[in-house]
Ligand binder design. Structure first.
Ligand SMILES: *Cc1c(COP(=O)(O)O)cnc(C)c1O
Length: 427
């Protein structure tokens, strides 16, 4: 197998998919927490980051939490209680109820549905933005008309078709939990993602566009909802002299030290987006003439944050490849390639790529959950095949797509090397 050309020297330092990019002020604010002894889940950094992120995204309230997943969990609990009433003791807020979920996403979008006792129903992906397909969502409501909660993610920082999804949700009286963990700073029709849902979540995990090393936020325009999430996140303590608890609590509040890191990062969010956009555009130009396309977005209506650059190999340029549960196999072929071959070549040159997030309906943990495509076909509750003109977009994107090294500290020379390596795979 031919894996490169002479111009390409293996890079000594690793080129990451997406790693933290620090600037210095983070340390100042962390030290401030230390010096003032606010080494806890209370302090100035927390107050400031909540205010700044709420302003940036254009929502009234932000609640800083320990993780994006914590935010999604409490959002699910709120959604469940809003629709189905107070959580019964010992049960989840979504107790046995179905929830429509994005299918190609990180599993943190979906796990909180199950934490609250809900049943994820996966909605297939559309090809225009690689997000939840509104057509498949309509079909899902035909099959499961009683569903009242939808969780929708914006994959790789590209806004989904949120207006269409909202219109369908409104027609069915369903609430939307927006998972903007990957898309902070991305806009749809001039408005920030993370402001469209009834309950909105972002993440400051280490690989996101800005980071706190960890952390997340719950965003909303409702003071009552923000207050509930803040209370739940600090063990549901009542205003009493002693520890008084009238409902179940969680230890989900962000640390003031982590908030210091976030505080130092916020001024660089726009710079990070500009760097990621430049990376996307250099790949796009560098791949001209190859039988590939980049992860698509709706340029008329949206501006992604370009968190990860991805590519999709044309069907007729794919060599044979199979992906099992933990291993894959491909057969090299002249003029053709596949994600596994490209990833192998990148890894040999110390560059980190990754397959497209494996669709949730293909995950063993969700093997019995329904999955609905735009033709209405898919998989039902008992894993029975729902007949129809079956096109599974999720599987297709997973087979032919991959995430490219998208670190904003990658140099132009390093990116040129990656472009050359990808090109060499088609020789
Ligand atoms: C990262 C991520 C999350 C989870 O965020 P954490 O802060 O790591 O808990 C949720 N959803 C998506 C789509 C993500 O990419």
């Amino acid at each position: 197998m031919f894996i490169g050309n002479e111009k390409c020297v293996p890079s000594e330092k690793k080129i990451w998919l997406s790693s933290p990019t620090m600037h210095g002020e983070e340390l100042t604010f962390m030290k401030e927490a230390f010096d003032t002894n606010w080494m806890s889940t209370v302090g100035e950094n927390l107050n400031v980051v909540e205010k700044q992120i709420a302003e940036y995204v254009g929502v009234k309230y932000a609640v800083a939490l320990s993780a994006g997943t914590a935010s999604l969990h409490l959002a699910m609990k709120l959604a469940g209680e809003k629709i189905y009433g107070q959580t019964e003791y010992g049960k989840g807020a979504l107790n046995g109820k179905k929830v429509f979920c994005s299918d190609i996403t990180f599993d943190a979008t979906v796990n909180p549905v199950v934490y609250e006792g809900g049943i994820p129903v996966f909605i297939d992906t559309e090809r225009d933005t690689w997000n939840m397909d509104p057509e498949a969502l309509k079909k899902a409501f035909e099959i499961y008309p009683d569903v009242k909660v939808i969780v929708v993610a914006h994959l790789y920082g590209t806004p989904g078709k949120i207006d269409e999804i909202k219109a369908i949700a409104d027609a069915h009286g369903a609430v939307i939990v927006e998972d903007a963990a990957e898309s902070l700073g991305a806009k749809y029709k001039g408005k920030e993602t993370g402001s469209f849902g009834d309950y909105n979540c972002i993440s400051f995990n280490g690989n996101k566009i800005i980071t706190g090393s960890a952390g997340g936020m719950f965003l909303t325009d409702s003071k009552a909802d923000a207050d509930r999430v803040r209370k739940w996140s600090t063990q549901s303590r009542e205003a009493a002299l002693w520890y008084q608890h009238e409902e179940l609590g969680y230890n989900y509040r962000m640390s003031n030290v982590v908030a210091g890191v976030v505080r130092g990062q916020i001024p660089y969010l726009d710079e990070h987006i500009a760097q990621k956009k430049a990376i996307y555009e250099r790949y796009k130009k560098g791949f001209e003439g190859l039988p590939v396309s980049m992860n698509p977005f709706d340029g008329d209506n949206s501006e992604p944050n370009y968190w990860l650059s991805c590519m999709l190999i044309n069907e007729d340029a794919m060599c044979r490849q199979v992906m099992g549960e933990s291993e894959g196999l491909y057969i090299s072929e002249k003029g053709k390639t596949c994600p596994l071959e490209i990833l192998e070549v990148l890894a040999k040159h110390n560059a980190e790529g990754r397959p497209i997030w494996k669709p949730m309906h293909m995950q063993p943990v969700f093997r019995n959950n329904p999955f609905i495509t735009r033709s209405g076909s898919g998989r039902g509750m008992t894993n029975a095949y729902i007949a129809g003109d079956y096109e599974d977009v999720g599987i297709d994107l997973f087979n032919r797509g991959l995430c490219l090294p998208s670190d904003n500290k990658m140099t132009e020379e390093e990116q040129d090397m990656i472009i050359e390596l990808v090109r060499s795979c088609f020789n």
